[in-house]
Design a protein around this ligand. Structure first.
Ligand code: ARG
Ligand code: ZN
Length: 844
């Protein structure tokens, strides 16, 4: 059942061109295909197989002669000539019955597609694998006013339209949209002077939410020209917003399809975090045009070739659009929260896996975010100029090809002369390296000794030492920087680096900018952490010092040691008074580490985490912080008032973020008075939602919730927030009951992924609630995964990763989770998606 990288074989048949005709009808769409095949000289055979699932074959022919293909599991086989030939087929599909949201489906009466990874085989019979690339011509017939596909519009008439995509592409990049849509139009002049039409299509009524994404698109197009020398290559680029969508968005050639949540924005309805995410996703999908579409993946084991690189590119874009160093901190927080969690549990896997059962289960934080970190390290190691040279070579050498991760590394070897055999382990060894540091000072020379080791992961017990770039700077006793950032290149299991001729014992700032995705362990004092929080010149490590100190406090509170509370509170107050620090930075530094992060840290230290105690410790510490900072809060709140009209800039977002951190603390002291006032007066969604969260924390949210729902009942994306907030902010003993009650709300719709995630993603995020000792959180989630699986296996499978941390917990919780997982596993006709996930989690 598993598919293996080692079994890769080139396709027997290649495709010269594809012509498709769609006769749209909700329950019975006809798809006519005309495909020119040619034998692949590189192939081992001539056997002819086409993928196809959930298709009703009406007729098929080879070179005009009707044939009766053999229908087999997952597709069909046919006898064909030993030379180029034309395949024609007509199939019928049922878009309305398609609740899996893969292939062609209906969302709110609008036709749309999602073909990555293997959805095209639900549209027609085809070699649905990314190493088969072809130009497509698509004719769409239907009464819908707007009929779209990839490429350039080449002809249209009453009730039909034709699109031609001249760029050879794999089937996973195919897209079709048809419906009652309106567009915001704009244009972009490329660096060589070509005019590109830009259209952002939405349902009537959403026009006022399109402007921000359009601006983000134009910025992305310019940035890719300036930073990577990449120009757009069609006459038109379109984005469509769809309300039922499994993922964030999809980079279909020339016709990106987006989850409404990843593209629609307005100050009234979107938070600053929403704006930032939308800007990043618009960029991400646009950047795929070169890293994904022009150069695609040979097979799905190479997924990180396009995803890791494109995430790295979108992170770099965000850092340029929103300077100040906070976007790197946010990226690392997300990496630790999702990828480290994955890497340290039963779902740990390689950035380039060796096998999988269902590829949709591998659109993971490891493939995406760790993949991006690997490329960031490569750039750190070779330097900026060599990185750009290597990318130029990559585009020149591989344009129009379906490539492998080894092709990518070869480009870097050829461009830089560096041997990357050891570096390649980052793609092949799963798990998060641990880096232990000791130091030595002899009165003049300072030596750092690092030791790396990597815990075993499923199927991989032995690990070899990796190349780890450790960006390090040294601070003198007065806080001045005595050695600027230097990249120490670690290649051995244990290795020392000496800095010579120093006047005094320095304080090291190690792993600046989080230069490698590792867990750094270093025995140090609270005073030294406070010193780095005050003086480090690297924004990431400055923040990291404060975070580490907060973690020390929480861990000590939980394990019953003496917490370094005074050092932490003093350092926090000093940091807040430091007006040289941006509000955005101060807001991040005020936040406590997440409860899941603390659970993992305790587990690593051989302490069984108790989610209730972790939650109580975090609550106690927040109360301490509020009381300690009491006198500063009003001044900080005043400082954060944005005087200018709303703009979704990083600067204003930082001010609002700090205002809300201050409001959370204030709420602990005034019982919600300030939050109620903020909720009344907030002129934007960021402050309004933040105030609502504070009121819910204070258990005074009833009226605000009702007012919020009354105001926003017609806006699905805002109502998603309404659902989510109640579960995220529920007290631990109420979280499951709150989620369950919300599933009975008339606006709950399990078929809509955004709404399902708003309730159950939120339940999984509420660590103390989900892991409440009653086991109700586990049971409820299992019930709903079982219910969702037959409708939407992708989302059901994804949600089951909420259980991935189960081995951390005590015997009672493990028994409850095991029972929940066994119950899912035993349900009838369980999908391959969920079956694989539950099987891997249980195998731990
Ligand atoms: N390639 C898309 C992106 O990174 C994600 C598509 C995921 N699709 C899936 N079925 N898992 O933007
Ligand atoms: Zn992507």
């Amino acid at each position: 059942q598993a598919i293996r990288l080692a079994d890769y074989a080139p396709p027997n048949w290649l495709v010269n061109e594809v012509q498709l005709t769609f006769r749209l009808a909700p329950r019975a769409t006809r798809v006519l295909s005309r495909i020119r095949f040619r034998p692949n000289p590189e192939a081992g055979g001539r056997a002819f197989f086409l993928h196809g699932e959930h298709l009703k074959l009406i007729r098929a022919s080879v070179d005009g002669a009707e044939i009766s293909p053999r229908l087999v599991d997952g597709g069909l086989e046919a006898d064909v000539p030993d030379a180029p030939f034309t395949w024609e087929a007509e199939v019928e599909i049922d878009p309305e019955a398609n609740t899996a949201l893969e292939g062609l489906y209906l969302s709110n009466g609008m036709y749309c597609t999602q073909c990555e990874a293997e959805g095209f085989r639900r549209i027609t019979f085809y070699p649905d694998r990314p190493d088969v690339m072809a130009p497509f011509t698509v004719r769409i017939e239907g009464p819908e006013p707007v009929l779209l596909s990839n490429g350039n519009p080449t002809a249209s008439g009453a009730g039909w339209a034709e699109w031609t995509d001249p760029w050879p592409k794999p089937a996973y990049l195919f897209a079709l949209v048809a419906g009652d849509l309106v567009a915001l139009e704009d244009s972009f002049t490329t660096m060589s002077g070509r005019e590109v039409t830009l259209k952002l299509w939405v349902r009537p009524g959403d026009e006022h939410k399109t402007e921000f994404a359009m601006e983000a698109l134009k910025k992305s197009m310019r940035w890719d020209e300036e930073v990577y020398g990449r120009e757009y290559d069609l006459d038109i680029f379109q984005i469509v917003a769809v309300s039922d969508f499994n993922m964030g968005a999809m980079e279909n050639k020339g016709l990106n399809i987006f989850n409404t949540s990843a593209v629609l924005a307005s100050p009234d309805t979107s938070t600053d975090a929403n704006f930032e995410r939308i800007e990043a996703i618009v960029a991400h999908e646009y950047f795929h045009n070169w890293t994904g579409n022009r150069i695609t993946c040979r097979d799905w084991f190479q997924l990180s070739l396009k995803e890791g690189l494109t995430v790295f590119r979108d992170q770099s874009f965000t850092a340029d659009m929103r300077p100040g160093g906070v976007s790197r901190i946010e990226d690392v927080m997300a990496l630790r929260g999702r990828q480290f969690r994955e890497d340290n549990g039963p779902l740990a896997h390689q950035v380039q896996p060796d096998s999988f059962v269902e590829i949709n289960n591998f659109y993971t934080a490891t493939i995406y975010e760790k993949g991006a970190e690997v490329i960031r390290m490569l750039k750190t190691l070779v330097g900026d100029a060599a990185y750009r040279d290597a990318l130029d070579l990559y585009f020149a050498r591989h344009d129009g090809e379906a490539c492998t991760i080894d092709d990518w590394l070869k480009v870097f070897e050829d461009a830089t002369g560096r041997d990357l055999a050891q570096f390649r382990l980052w793609y092949k060894q799963a798990g998060t390296p641990r880096l232990d540091v000791t130091e030595d000072w002899d009165g003049a020379n300072y030596t750092l000794t690092f030791r790396q080791h990597m815990p075993a992961t499923p199927g991989q017990n032995e690990k070899k030492p990796m190349v780890i770039p450790i960006a390090t700077g040294l601070l003198g006793p007065n806080g001045d920087e005595v050695v600027p950032t230097t990249v120490l290149e670690m290649t051995e299991a244990e290795q020392s680096f000496t800095f010579e001729g120093l006047a005094a014992r320095p304080v090291p700032s190690i792993l600046r900018g989080f230069s490698a995705p590792v867990i750094l362990n270093r025995e140090t004092s609270p005073e030294e952490r406070a010193f780095l929080l005050a003086h480090d010149t690297d924004p990431f490590n400055k923040w990291e010092a404060g975070r580490a100190l907060a973690k020390d406090v929480l861990i000590a509170m939980i394990t019953g040691e003496e917490p370094p509370l005074a050092a932490y509170l003093g350092a926090l107050a000093a940091m807040l008074r430091d007006e040289g620090q941006s509000p955005a930075f101060r807001a991040l530094a005020l936040r406590l580490p997440g409860e899941d992060d603390i659970a993992q840290t305790l587990f690593d230290a051989n302490v069984t985490p108790d989610p209730a105690r972790i939650h109580d410790a975090a609550e106690t510490l927040r109360q301490e912080v509020a009381e300690h900072l009491q006198d500063m809060l009003p001044r900080l709140a005043a400082e954060c008032v944005v005087a200018e009209p709303f703009a979704p800039t990083g600067e204003q977002a930082g001010q609002r973020a700090l205002a809300l951190e201050v409001l959370k603390l204030t709420t602990r002291l005034d019982g919600g008075k300030a939050a109620a006032a903020m909720f009344e007066s907030a002129g934007n969604m960021t402050l309004s939602l933040g105030a609502l969260g504070c009121l819910l924390d204070a258990e005074k949210g009833e009226d605000a919730l009702a007012a919020f729902a009354a105001k926003w009942q017609g806006d699905a994306l805002v109502m998603d927030k309404w659902f989510m907030m109640q579960v995220v902010h529920a007290a631990p003993e109420k979280a499951a009951a709150t989620a369950e009650a919300l599933t009975a709300h008339p606006a709950f719709n399990m078929k809509n992924p955004n709404r399902f995630r708003a309730v159950f993603g939120a339940l999984a995020m509420n660590a103390a609630g989900f892991h409440h000792a009653s086991g109700k959180g586990y049971d409820l989630l299992a019930d709903w995964i079982i219910r969702l699986d037959p409708l939407n296996p992708q989302i059901a499978a994804r949600m089951s990763s909420a259980f991935e941390t189960w081995k951390r917990y005590d015997a009672d919780r493990q028994a409850q989770i095991r029972a929940a997982l066994e119950r899912i596993k035993a349900s009838e006709n369980l999908s391959r998606d969920t079956g694989e996930m539950v099987g891997r989690i249980l195998a731990a």
